[in-house]
Design a protein. Sequence first.
Length: 494
Amino acid sequence: MLAIGLTMSALIGNITAALTGSLKIFNAATGLNSVTLGNTTTLMPLGGYNFTVDVFLYGAINNLAAYQAYVTFNNTILTCTAAWIPENNQSFVFYGQMIVPVSDIVNSESYALAGAVSFTPVNVAESGLLCKFNFTARRIGSTQITLLKGPDTSFLLDPDNIRLGPSTVEGFTVTILASLSPPVASFSFSPKAPTANHTITFDASGSYDPDGGNITNYRWDFDDGTPVTDVNVSTITHSYTHNGLYSVNLTVTDDEGNMTSVVTDVPVGTAPVAAFTFTPTTVAIDQPVTFNATGSSDVDGTIASYGWNFGDGNTTTVTNPIIIHSYSSNGLKAVKLTVTDNDGLYNSIVKNVTVGTPPIANFTYSPLEPKEDDVVTFDASSSHDPDGNITQYIWLFGDEIGITPKPTTTNQSTITHVYIAADNYTVSLTVVDSDGLRSQPYTLVLEVFSKPTAGQGFDWMWYIVIAVILIVVVIVAVILLRRRPQKEAKPSEI
């Protein structure tokens, strides 16, 4: 059974969210509260059927600042492949706001969750999209999806201020159909770096029959000349007498007699270490570049070959560790070296070679002393590319949320941004040119000032205004005094 639950928090003082809305689950592709995958005349595709469910809020919730959807499911039928927040969807409850998305998937324990915390609570959240879950259905069957309360609120900013959402909503039915399908073969092995004359455990418990049947036989071919082994259990042990790369073949048979095989390479022994350098480090078109792989090594043997992929469509395998190559076009070339030792074991390394001159990033901003909530304009028109054009401007404004900040990418040289809090922000710009080359990041520290509150910000302008008012008052007073009528003289004074 798949179950989704919600927790919410107001996060405004001690206000608790008023939960008058309800939650519903829909098929993202159709808007229905059910999904039917496949049919009885078609084999189940390799890997199974993929589908997405949306979790919606219907009605209203006051002062919504945080929530999570908690998912449990039958992991013998369904696998959760993604739990995510649709930030760019205009129906998202926190659309356009700064949020911290949270997600976690543990298929082995049959649960996943997705949620978000907003730094600006929504006074009244009405009928919005909360999150999405992607699933793969791997077996024939039917399961009922229901919405339940989620117990885990540890990621919320104020877990003491939580009220659980409603727990009774419409059901959601998932039906998976297929004709009698062959089984799916899969296995792992441990340890991951086995050596000769040591026991290796092979585990085929990941194999399954998508039409609901059972695996009745596991046939193993260990590719070392030993006899093929048939067993009716999913695990088996084996050891090799020599180091080398062995292509292990597993064939599984289901209760309808259908068979499927899978081959996986098992390296026995210590793989070599791949390493190389290249000169010059700044490369021009048609300039010879020397690639040197003498730094590669093998602790239990010798390196037999060096396989080069130069990132421009040219590949070669040689026995000499040094080779020369040139490029006919600018761009960032991903050069891959694969070294193979005398036991057939191999290892690879990839390095980027820049052909051409990278662009140079630069920018200014205005106003020079922005205050919180001011619109700041960033101008990168002074960035330039010596041998091409700039096609992308990649910005980090210093106020992004998360361990891995999400940059803002545009093809325009100017962009605006608003900072909601006074602080020092490190702004970074990276530009990309028409050859795909990236500049070094150009950074500036931008100080955002607080807006003056009532009673603050009394500056010289106010003094000037007050002085002008006083001068005007004095002038008016003088004029009025001069216009006062003179007293008539008394007869005794004549």
